[in-house]
Write a protein that binds this ligand. Structure first.
Ligand code: NAP
Ligand code: ZN
Ligand code: ZN
Length: 347
């Protein structure tokens, strides 16, 4: 077993602390990665605080992982020692169901093994995430990283990047379309960069007055402060597509009303409580309300290539792991510009 250092929380209201655990010895198809950077996703916070239920403690979160390959199993063909590699939200799946065969492993119908808070080895060992020194992953679930991008800004692409890229592609977002991005945090700022690179006219819908100049710098054409409902009036029936990245309870109907005839809104944010949707918000203009979860390995690789070609990375604030508690508090307050990324040298 490989002795590994990390940071874990042992309960929903307990602080993070140093934690030692074992990773499996690399198998023939495994890659051992020394972790350099790990992004802090709001899903880490929901899970650490058991807001969705089902958290296993001790929990080592982190699923926006970039690092260096330090050894490879005997059958590995896609990676060599010294390569830079990435790991996202899941580390294995059944590989046989319809979703896995379609390259949409994130919707695996049998067993999607998440990077943390899942069980491996036939249900015996918890998976531990990227707030740690190293990780062992089957090469089929490891991503190749473009060589022209700063690695601390690449880490968030492994979750925030693919989670926004995938629905933008699925709904054919592009030039001539008006796109709304609800919430300018980790996911939201990636949605702005990607939708704007794809040629769409982007409007940020935010509760934070202080984010307007950043929104425009990131590529938005318009900014609407949603705290005052009258600011939304001129946008009624104007947008082709909305991506909702909000992590806390909010009224979906307010945003559905901004869609054109047959416009679509996709939910990627996961507030712990269900939302109420008025049927009239949808049927009046034949609107679509959809959901989307991360993206498959193939599409994640495509997204990384797209970001390499367009020079897109996340805007990050790099922190030592000892600052994880204050990073969580600031993220919850919406005070994030626009992703905290842990420098694993601090571990
Ligand atoms: P984040 O960085 O905290 O951003 C969320 C943003 O939502 C905030 O910056 C804020 O933006 C807005 N917001 C927060 N509280 C709000 C409230 N009460 N009312 C209205 N707006 C509010 O979080 P994230 O990492 O981007 O993640 C966002 C959500 O997506 C989380 O629920 C996370 O679990 C989920 N997620 C889903 C997937 C998936 O596969 N579907 C993948 C990753 C994450 P403003 O200041 O601009 O209002
Ligand atoms: Zn995430
Ligand atoms: Zn499957």
């Amino acid at each position: 077993m490989l002795s590994t250092r990390g940071y874990a929380t042992r309960g929903a209201t307990l602080p993070f602390e140093p934690f030692s655990f074992n990773r499996r010895e690399p198998r023939p198809h495994d890659v051992l990665i020394e972790i350099m950077y790990c992004g802090v996703c709001h899903s880490d916070i929901h899970t650490a605080r058991n807001e969705w239920g089902g958290t296993r403690y001790p929990l080592v979160p982190g699923h926006e992982i970039v690092g260096r390959v330090v050894s490879v199993g005997s059958e590995v063909t896609r990676f060599a020692t010294g390569d830079i590699a990435g790991v996202g939200c899941f580390v294995d799946s059944c590989r046989e169901c319809d979703s896995c065969r379609a390259g949409e492993e994130q919707y695996c119908e049998r067993h999607l093994m998440m990077t943390y808070n899942s069980l491996e080895d036939g249900g015996k060992t918890p998976t531990y995430g990227g707030y740690s020194s190293q990780i062992v992953v089957d090469e089929n679930y490891v991503l190749t990283i473009p060589d022209n991008l700063p690695l601390e800004g690449v880490a968030p692409l492994l979750c925030a990047g693919i989670t926004t890229y995938s629905p933008l592609r699925r709904f054919n977002v592009g030039a001539g379309q008006r796109v709304g991005v609800v919430g300018l945090g980790g996911l939201g700022h990636m949605a702005v960069k990607l939708a704007s690179a794809m040629g769409a006219h982007v409007t940020v819908l935010s509760t934070s007055n202080s984010k307007e100049s950043d929104a425009r710098r990131l590529g938005a054409d318009d900014f609407v402060l949603t705290r005052d409902p009258k600011n939304l009036k001129p946008l009624a029936g104007q947008l082709d597509f909305i991506i909702d990245t909000v992590s806390a309870p909010h009224d979906l109907n307010v945003y559905l009303d901004l869609l054109k005839r047959r416009g679509s809104m996709v939910l990627v944010g996961v507030p712990p409580e269900p939302a109420a949707v008025a049927a009239f918000s949808l049927i009046g203009k034949g609107r679509v309300l959809a959901g989307s979860k991360i993206g498959g390995i193939r599409e994640t690789q495509e997204m990384l290539q797209y970001c390499g070609e367009h020079g897109i990375t996340s805007d990050v604030e790099v922190i030592p792991i000892q600052d994880i508690e204050s990073a969580y508090e600031r993220t919850i307050k919406g005070d994030v510009r626009y992703r905290f990324v842990i420098d694993m040298k601090s571990l």
